[in-house]
Design a binder for this molecule. Structure first.
Ligand SMILES: Nc1ncnc2c1ncn2[C@@H]1O[C@H](COP(=O)(O)OP(=O)(O)OP(=O)(O)O)[C@@H](O)[C@H]1O
Ligand SMILES: [Mg+2]
Length: 395
């Protein structure tokens, strides 16, 4: 431990006596006769303890104390005071002097004051070490946790992706098998059936790779002033034939206030298409003999640009399923689903700084809600996305 001390006193006699005393106590003593000299020595040597007279010509002890504390708040400064200097002593404590000893200086009193200062220095060092170690520990733990989460997410993605690809290759193999049978038996029916299966699965793998490409790339929305009802109208028009085919009542509630909102119309179209496709799937999948209904709404909710709701009376989701739907490659639709729809939709909504939520009850139905904030603007630094990157699944 650094046991150097700076002794400041304008009286040479006192400097001499105290220097001997302090050296006897094991200190390496540096002396200064004025405040200015003391500051110079302090800057050069940075002793952990300063012992200074309070009354000195020009710069007094209080002034020196203030300056020292400005340079190095942790330095222990002990003031030497005369008998009548109580006011000054109190003032010096206010400026964070460690202690004060009165003249004539009693050896024991001085030693106690110095020991206290040393104790405080040791404590502070220990505290700094603990804090440093603690910070290091927190940093290490956080890094490990983030890494573990990242690995888990990659693991999940790879597992989901392999599953999706296995489904498609399964379909392709099945198609090839039926096609081979058709060739073997010269049976036109099998040939056609096998060919259709192969075509369907080629479409699926094309969609999957396009979706993956989009997901891996930065989706950069091109925010435009749009009629909030427009994407909803387009999606419902697109999906009406499918709804009709399965006896589903697909209805819309448009927002009366069609003043423009800012979003990327292609991306919002894509998101709504994913939600409506899922809603129709859920109705088709619902064995209950109740009315099959999908309602899509655009609403101008306070504080938001626009809110879209897609409500269905389909199969609904268990809490377990609901937890996983946005994580990607999660699907309950077997070979008919890849679990990409909601993953991409969430990414698009995130890029819009919006939110997407789902409410659901098994056997009753689900409602998906998308909220897009107000006043989205293109960041000049962003390159507008290539629109052909987003395939329209139903086309
Ligand atoms: N409206 C809904 N009702 C019930 N379940 C839903 C609904 N929407 C989504 N889900 C559940 O969330 C899962 C994930 O949906 P997502 O759209 O991501 O994938 P998918 O529809 O299975 O396949 P993909 O969209 O890639 O063709 C679905 O498989 C389904 O279990
Ligand atoms: Mg889907």
């Amino acid at each position: 431990m650094d046991k150097s001390i700076l002794l400041v006193d304008d009286e040479e006699g006192i400097r001499k006596v105290l220097s001997i005393l302090l050296a006897d106590m094991g200190y390496q003593v540096h002396t200064a006769a004025t405040g200015v000299e003391a500051l110079r020595t302090f800057e050069a040597l940075r002793p952990p303890i300063v012992l200074t007279d309070i009354k000195m010509p020009e710069m007094d002890g209080i002034e020196l104390l203030r300056k020292l504390k400005q340079i190095s708040p942790d330095t222990e400064v002990i003031m030497i005071t005369g008998h009548g200097d109580m006011d000054l002593a109190i003032k010096s404590v206010k400026y964070e002097a460690t202690d004060f000893v009165t003249k004539p200086i009693n050896d024991e009193v001085l030693e106690i004051a110095l020991n206290r200062a040393l104790e405080r220095i040791t404590m502070r060092q220990k505290l700094n070490e603990y804090t440093h170690n603690l910070e290091q520990l927190v940093r290490d733990k956080t890094r490990k946790l983030v890494e573990a989460e990242r690995l888990a997410a990659i693991g999940q993605t790879v597992a989901g992706l392999s599953h999706a690809i296995k489904n498609i290759t399964g379909g392709l193999k099945g198609g090839a098998f039926v096609l081979e049978k058709g060739i073997e038996l010269s049976e036109q029916k099998y040939l056609l059936q096998g060919w259709e299966m192969i075509k369907g699965n080629v479409d699926k793998i094309t969609n999957l790779s396009m979706d993956l490409l989009n997901y891996a790339k930065d989706i950069r929305p091109d925010f435009q002033a749009c009629d909030p009802n427009q994407p909803l109208r387009e999606v419902v028009d697109l999906m009406r034939p499918r709804a009709k085919e399965h006896g589903i009542n697909l209805s819309t509630q448009f927002e009366k206030d069609a003043s423009p909102c800012h979003f990327d119309p292609d991306l919002i179209h894509h998101s709504l298409l994913n939600l409506v496709t899922n809603a129709l799937d859920a109705c088709i999948d619902n064995p209950a003999k109740k009315e099959k209904k999908v309602t899509v709404r655009a609403i101008k909710r306070r504080g938001w640009g626009v809110e879209y709701q897609v409500e269905d009376t389909g199969c609904g989701m268990t809490a377990e399923v609901k937890k996983k739907i946005f994580q990607g490659f999660f699907s309950t639709k077997g070979t008919d689903g890849t679990g990409i729809g909601l993953m991409i939709t969430k990414k698009i909504i995130n890029e819009h700084k919006g939110e997407i939520t789902a409410e659901s009850k098994v056997g009753v139905g689900s409602t998906f809600v998308i909220r897009i904030p107000k006043g989205l603007k293109n960041n000049d630094a962003k390159i507008p996305k290539n629109k052909s990157q987003i395939p329209n699944k139903s086309q």
